[in-house]
Design a protein around this ligand. Sequence first.
Ligand code: HEC
Ligand code: HEC
Length: 309
Amino acid sequence: MLKTLLYCWPLLAVLLLSNSPTQISLETAAPDLLARYGQYIFAREDCKHCHTLYVDKADADLVSLDGLGGKYPLSWFYYYLDDPRSLSPYSNMPSFPHLHVDTLRRQTLEQIFRENNPDELARLNASWSELLRQADTLKAQLESEGAFAKNGTEVLALIAYLRQIPSSPAKIVQDSIDYQQFLLQKKEWQIQWEYEFKDPNSVLRKTAQNKKQAKQGGQLFRSNCRACHGENGGGGVGPNLTDAYWLHGGKTENIAQTIAMGVPEKGMISWQAMLTPTEVGQLVAYIHSIQGTKPKDAKEPQGRLVNDE
Ligand code: HEC
Ligand code: HEC
């Protein structure tokens, strides 16, 4: 459990930082033929042994798939069914690689019709062509997400089924409570970082002003920032950090804010989910320490001339 939590925290942070929780629109509300075939596979593979389709307190041992439709991109299902560990290292969910190889069968569709609504047998030929067309469409959608399924394989039908599992009313209520909590947490997180930038007594600010912390900061710099800002901060893809010219301000507060919040649209990553306030402080201490060092091959100045605080 602890391992799972450790593994999940960067994801949690990303969720906290994004504007809304992951929500992908449901494309089909009514189950199409391919999804019905998928429902058959779901029963055949005994997925219900471990899963329920509802958030149901009575079935606490079962993993709920309530509201699964809309939760993930299609390619997620593709990789997850092949090997859950590839997406979630501590997953206990079994792999179903054979679904990626076994092909859809006309006899199976016939059987589904016979068991559910024999009237449909009259349209078996047309339905079978329609089902294959739906499989092709889904395959093309997967391809656009970079996942390459084999033609007419069973995994396509199972994905068609899983991606339309709706949210039960209980799940909708639970989600809205979770969303309120998420907004609160996100707000707290932002308030905390603001405090770290602005208050001269914050851990970040105190660390940044402590010259002894520059050495630690240098290590962090070489493992995280060198690729874009150069070995000694002279610049590369990113600007020279040793001169007195700054795009986003050269005071402790400004530098810390640029590192933590990033300038994503310009290629500077936001580090607030990856680094602690102490580490950002150490990086700022390092950047202060390399001011005026004029490293070899330093990049030409960018931004405005700023006097350090
Ligand atoms: C032996 C138990 C078991 C069986 C059988 C099983 N699963 Fe799972 N499944 C799990 C567990 C446990 C999880 C919880 C997350 C984890 O450990 O990865 C899970 C998670 C999932 C998820 C992710 C849910 C989410 O909200 O992230 C999907 C989708 C899923 N299973 C689909 C299936 C399908 C489809 C089948 C049948 C082909 C199936 N499972 C059969 C145990 C099982
Ligand atoms: C993927 C490349 C990349 C990485 C990695 C990267 N940066 Fe940047 N950084 C940039 C770019 C590009 C800019 C310029 C943004 C702009 O044009 O507004 C920038 C800007 C900055 C600035 C603002 C400079 C100014 O002139 O105001 C600071 C400070 C900074 N980065 C620090 C860091 C630190 C510290 C790290 C490592 C934790 C880091 N960067 C990692 C690409 C990167």
